[in-house]
Design a binder for this molecule. Structure first.
Ligand code: SF4
Length: 332
């Protein structure tokens, strides 16, 4: 049995390993590799090795706090927090005491960032107030995850103490969501203009998405210089309208994480995967999201009582895969 790998693939991986980035055609080739083939595992090994080298083996935990639960009128098809899903019929806004307790828990557990997520209809002013309150009480960097914003709102986020914003152009944007791709890109430009870091993920990937559509978002992240941009698979909550498509496996997720790592080259400060899984931590990912409060993937109002992984679980996953969660973050 020969252990040599296809010479064309070896060339692409060599280029990827030099952190110069790979072309669309090359990324497409990697997405078509036979799962389980030697070339497939060579791809995972290459991405793993470049992340360990460039991120100094640091494992990142960016602690997600979903500030509110709502039947959101935007009705994105993959989200459980919608009017359409019928799961949540009343608004719940977690109390400041609860939010502060979660943030202190994150600080004690050495989380590298606090990602504050709101539904699309949450008052922006309230997000600013919560940001200011947390800034006074904890030292963990704040990242907003909210609706599209203007320059003025971007500056207000900075003033409130946020250092960055998570803002993804989702797969199926405009088809599975009511939002225009151009408007989402305009928000990324706002973040860049005002000096907020842009955090991204190619998401939420399902089996129905074409390779071209997925690659397009990977290259967009490279073009606009995301602080991190890995891959999240779509999780189908019970009765999700997307259930008919199924979900991709964690092995396939790991392949996408690896391809996106090679695409990002020397741009990112970290590389994320979601939901937390070990396969991706051997394929270039070094950043996990522990979760509390609301989650668009959960039928429970507080995901720490449902699907959400705790900070302790994420620290353990990272440590087991020999990423060090105690080193300082590379992101800020
Ligand atoms: S993804 Fe955001 S904007 Fe879309 S329905 Fe869910 S909470 Fe609303």
């Amino acid at each position: 049995m020969s252990w040599k790998i296809d010479s064309d693939i070896a060339e692409i991986l060599k280029k990827g390993a030099c952190l110069e980035g790979i072309s669309r055609r090359e990324a497409l080739r990697l997405l078509k590799l036979e799962p389980g083939s030697r070339e497939f595992y060579a791809l995972l090994a290459t991405a793993d090795s470049i992340s360990r080298r460039s991120f100094g083996n640091k494992g990142e935990n960016h602690f997600h706090i979903g500030l509110n639960v709502a039947p959101c009128p935007m009705n994105c098809s993959f989200c459980s927090l919608t009017v359409k899903s019928g799961i949540f019929t009343e608004d719940i806004v977690f109390t400041e005491d609860q939010i502060l307790a979660w943030a202190e828990q994150a600080e004690t557990g050495k989380a590298d960032a606090l990602n504050l997520m709101t539904t699309g209809n949450f008052p922006f002013e309230r997000l600013l107030e919560i940001g200011k309150m947390l800034k006074k009480n904890v030292s963990v960097p704040l990242v907003a995850n909210t609706r599209d914003i203007t320059h003025k709102e971007g500056e207000a986020l900075l003033e409130a103490g946020f250092v960055g914003a998570y803002h993804a152009i989702r797969l199926g944007e405009g088809r599975d969501t009511p939002f225009k791709r151009e408007k989402r890109i305009a928000t990324i430009k706002v973040l860049k203009d005002v000096g907020l870091q842009w955090m991204n993920c190619v998401e939420p990937v399902g089996p129905e998405h074409s390779h071209e559509e997925i690659i397009d978002l990977m290259f967009l992240a490279r073009r606009y210089g995301a602080t991190y941009s890995g891959v999240m698979r779509r999780i189908n909550f019970p009765q999700s309208p997307m259930e008919r498509y199924g979900m991709i496996s964690e092995r396939e997720l790991a392949r996408l994480v690896a391809v996106s790592r090679l695409v990002m080259g020397d741009i990112p400060k970290a590389h994320c995967t979601h939901e937390p899984n070990t396969a991706s931590l051997m394929a270039g990912a070094n950043l996990l999201f522990p979760e509390v409060g609301s989650s668009p993937r959960d039928g429970k109002a507080d995901t720490s009582q449902g699907r959400g992984h705790s900070l302790e679980q994420c620290r353990r996953l990272l440590t087991e895969m020999e990423w060090n969660p105690d080193k300082p973050s590379n992101c800020f």
